[in-house]
Write a protein that binds this ligand. Structure first.
Ligand code: ZN
Length: 489
């Protein structure tokens, strides 16, 4: 009961009542100073790093940046609760039975997306978890305007279908595993595994009648094709209000196609395990708004210098203003983000993200003997790799119709165990019933080749490049292009 009241107060505070951007900046400034003081007082790592700086007054840009490797190397002294140890947390997340349990009764534990190369651990207290859900409720949907409409949700709960790989400790799934019990009557979640047979998924989705669908671009497109080709009747049920794309870029063309097929608004969310409440999808247009009262996102060039809105940065520096137990301050993330130079048409004062291009990956697939291709989500293999904390970098390369090579680089001074990598990856592959369909090879290498942009491609399809003149298009136009090819032939 106390939790529920706490949540409602939090929710109420999150509604965007600001009259101007200065009010947002004031909230941000207050939370930033409080976080910095807390970090210096309770984290030996930050006390040392910020020595000689007046954290009550200095500019954010005076503070040193933090890489994922540094965070993981100094984990035990970076967190503000001395009971937390990296080795214990790693063991905790290795046991799937712990999913949704609070470590030491106080902390949720998840992996960050290893799509940044190296996996990492994130602990959050209950307050932070509540805030992630409250931000989603208050800003991520068209419902809005104070909490009274939310009380109506008890009679008519919001229904969200989440299209991902199997449940696990990766951010998008573990967040839902920590859905507070008091929210369950008001918020129903259906988890669908994209590799399950499509007819089963369609039946479940139609029975569930979701108001909201959240998923990776590739899975949204896959379901869109089922609807467009009349194998699914979700649009006809008239329940769907919004589709949210997470984790992979969705082209404007695909988004417009999905809106047309489903008759529902398509929006994007930009978040990561280090800060699940970083943004909320724009409720009118495309893109997402940074929750800049809860987090600070600096878009910078190679030398950590800010770039203006409208210009693409080389990386971003994230400061999470609500995680007090694992302070994340000016943390480097390898995403190329462009902020909008113009105010968003929806009227929000929160900064609007125009584009994210740092996460492009080749598509992976399973090809049968008759040449049929079925997409293999990169995340399926990544989910296993999350457990390998000794890994600094990785790359998944498709080398044959059903053959995949995982290249892994160890953290400096650490050894990688090929058999352990195989076992965590295969565990995931088996749970998706794909073990007879794909072969996985693992190579431990000292470093990975970088692409023309200087970035490492996390998923490469060398097989498709060799076999096709152009990489396969398994997006919304695939059917049309196949037809065109057949016609030309
Ligand atoms: Zn907007």
């Amino acid at each position: 009961m106390f939790g529920a009241l706490r949540f409602l107060v939090m929710l109420q505070k999150l509604y965007p009542f600001w009259r101007n951007p200065a009010e947002i900046r004031a909230t941000q400034e207050k939370r930033l100073r409080s976080l910095l003081a807390h970090a210096v007082e309770n984290s030996p790592y930050y006390r040392r790093r910020f020595a000689g700086l007046d954290v009550a007054r200095c500019a954010l840009s005076d503070l040193p940046t933090l890489s994922k490797a540094e965070m993981m190397e100094h984990y035990d002294e970076l967190v503000t609760d001395p009971r937390l140890r990296k080795t214990d947390l790693a063991a905790f997340v290795d046991d799937p039975d712990n999913l949704g349990r609070y470590y030491l009764g106080d902390y949720s534990v998840s992996h960050t997306s290893g799509s940044q190369g190296q996996p990492a651990l994130i602990v959050q207290d209950r307050e932070a978890i509540y805030l992630v859900f409250a931000a989603q409720f208050a800003r991520g949907t068209k419902l809005k305007r104070r909490f009274l409409p939310h009380l109506g949700r008890l009679i008519n709960p919001a229904r969200m279908a989440v299209l991902t790989v199997q449940p696990g400790f990766y951010p998008s799934a573990s967040a839902f595993a920590y859905l507070p019990a008091f929210l369950k009557p008001a918020f129903k979640v259906l988890h669908l595994t994209v590799s399950d047979p499509m007819p089963t998924n369609i039946r479940q989705l139609e029975e569930f009648r979701p108001d909201y669908i959240t998923g990776y671009a590739s899975s949204l497109e896959a379901f869109g094709r089922e609807q467009a080709e009349n194998r699914m009747n979700l649009t006809e049920l008239g329940c769907l209000k919004q589709i949210t794309n997470v984790a992979e870029p969705l082209s404007d063309k695909s988004a417009a196609w999905l809106e047309q097929v489903f008759g529902a608004h398509v929006t994007d969310e930009y978040a990561m395990g280090e800060c699940m409440a970083l943004s909320s999808g724009c409720t009118m247009g495309r893109g997402a708004h940074i929750n800049s009262d809860l987090a600070i996102l600096e878009v910078v060039d190679e030398n950590d210098q800010p770039v203006p809105p409208g210009t693409e940065g080389s990386k971003v520096l994230l400061t999470n203003l609500y995680n007090r137990v694992q302070p994340i301050i000016r943390y480097e993330i390898d995403d190329r983000v462009t902020m909008s130079a113009k105010p968003c048409a929806c009227g929000s004062f929160l900064p609007h993200i125009e584009r994210i291009s740092g996460r492009s990956k080749d598509k992976l697939f399973i090809e049968t003997e008759d040449g049929q291709r079925r997409e293999l989500p990169y995340y399926l293999i990544l989910t296993g790799l999350h457990h390998v904390l000794e890994m600094a970098e990785h790359q998944i390369v498709q080398t044959g119709p059903r053959h995949f090579l995982i290249r892994a680089v160890p953290v400096a001074g650490q050894k990688l165990d090929v058999e352990r990598i195989r076992s965590v990856v295969m565990e995931q592959v088996v749970s998706e019933d794909l073990d007879r369909l794909i072969e996985v090879e693992i190579a431990v290498v000292p470093e990975l080749p970088r692409g023309p942009s200087g970035k490492i491609s996390r998923a490469l399809n060398e097989y498709a490049k060799k076999k096709d003149a152009s990489p396969p298009d398994i997006g919304p136009d695939a059917g049309r292009e196949r037809a065109a090819r057949a016609h030309a032939a």
